[in-house]
Design a protein around this ligand. Structure first.
Ligand code: AHG
Ligand code: MN
Ligand code: MN
Ligand code: MN
Length: 346
């Protein structure tokens, strides 16, 4: 008979965050920002799971800054995320995949933290109920981002200062995480001292601590690339991919897995090992993924788990963004697998 873990012993995300605050790892303000992010993710989880019922599948009928056809849930998730962050009263600037420019939280009730996020990642999967997610990163301002919007600064100065405060390298991240909406709803978080995962218990709507100090396997024989772009790739990359398919002396080639949602492919890679890649190609010079709110947060997490995030030549976390929606190639996962790929580009 398995020993039932008594409920009072369960660590919820809320109690875990308060413990981090007690231990001085984060301050009360950041605790509030993270709680508001987890609340946004719970709301999005419920919207995603009931999309077909509440007629939230399909397109919104507008395009975002990337010329992507926004899904209804892209827009709704963006509103949920923004409203939760504003209501927290601890954020000064928010930048989102679904906002053309960063938004200074203009209410009189704002704080210092800067939050960048992809409110719904893998949104092309929504109508078929395949895994999606939300990704976020948190910075403090580089200069005083408590913008005094009442003063006579013109819009572009405010906007410029917002962009300056948001365009920071991933090395400056204080916290990063994602929530995956899949067969389980799993919230993964790092505060710079290890990676922790929390599973949503639908019984009482709380995230329960399920994994501590996650370490990604050093190697793994699973690769996740959209091989539909194979003919558009650099010849050195084609050689690398061909190598993965060579059964070799073991007689076993790598396995291909591709969900088409970075959060889903990344989470599997984090737990099972292997490599996820979104290379540059002839169609898109810098690949498809955005540095600020997809590649940098995921690279912070993977490094905290002993893995590597690279653009093929350098650490993703070293890259200084020059514009909000800047794209970079991304190779991320087990350190031995990413370094094996980098050798093909050296
Ligand atoms: P988003 O839905 O936030 O725009 O991100 C989609 C990204 C990423 O989640 C996924 O890995 C990749 O796009 C899939 O791109 P392809 O369909 O071109 O493979
Ligand atoms: Mn998108
Ligand atoms: Mn995305
Ligand atoms: Mn998105």
């Amino acid at each position: 008979k398995t020993k039932r873990q008594s409920v009072y012993k369960l660590q919820t995300l809320t109690s875990w965050l308060l413990k981090q605050e007690q231990d001085g790892i984060i301050d009360a303000e950041l605790t509030i920002v993270l709680s508001s992010i987890s609340m946004a993710c719970k709301q999005i989880a419920s919207l995603v799971q009931r999309a077909g019922i509440s007629k939230l599948t399909g397109v919104h009928g507008a395009f975002n800054a990337h010329g992507e056809d926004q899904k209804k849930l892209d827009v709704v998730s963006n509103e949920v995320f923004s409203n939760c962050l504003r209501a927290s009263g601890r954020t000064g600037i928010i930048a989102s995949e679904e906002e053309d420019v960063p938004v200074a939280v203009e209410e009189s009730y704002y704080g210092n933290y800067i939050v960048v996020f992809d409110p719904l990642d893998g949104s092309s999967n929504i109508d078929a109920a395949v895994s999606t997610g939300s990704i976020f990163g948190i910075y403090t301002p580089t200069d005083d981002c408590l913008l005094d919007l009442e003063d006579s600064t013109t819009l572009d100065t405010v906007e410029q200062r917002c962009i300056v405060n948001v365009c920071q390298p991933g090395n400056n991240l204080l916290a990063a995480g994602y929530c995956m909406y899949s067969s389980s709803v799993i919230f993964v978080l790092t505060l710079g001292n290890g990676v922790f995962s929390f599973t949503l218990d639908p019984m009482f709507g709380e995230f329960i601590l399920t994994q501590e100090n996650i370490q990604i396997p050093k190697a793994g024989k699973i690769y996740a690339f959209n091989e539909g772009n194979y003919q558009l790739w650099d010849d050195r990359l084609k050689k690398y991919i061909d190598h993965l398919k060579d059964p070799g002396p073991s007689g076993k080639p790598y396995s291909a897995r591709y969900i088409g949602s970075l959060v889903g492919d990344f989470h599997r890679t984090l737990l099972y090992g292997g490599i996820y890649g979104y290379p540059r190609n002839k169609k898109s010079r810098n690949g498809k993924l955005r540095l600020l709110y997809e590649c940098a947060p995921m690279s912070f997490i993977v490094e905290q788990a002993g893995g590597k995030g690279s653009d093929g030549q350098q650490r993703i976390l070293d890259i200084q963004p020059v514009e909000i929606h800047q794209r970079v190639p991304l190779y991320i996962g087990s350190i031995e697998e990413v370094e094996k790929l980098e050798k093909y580009f050296s």
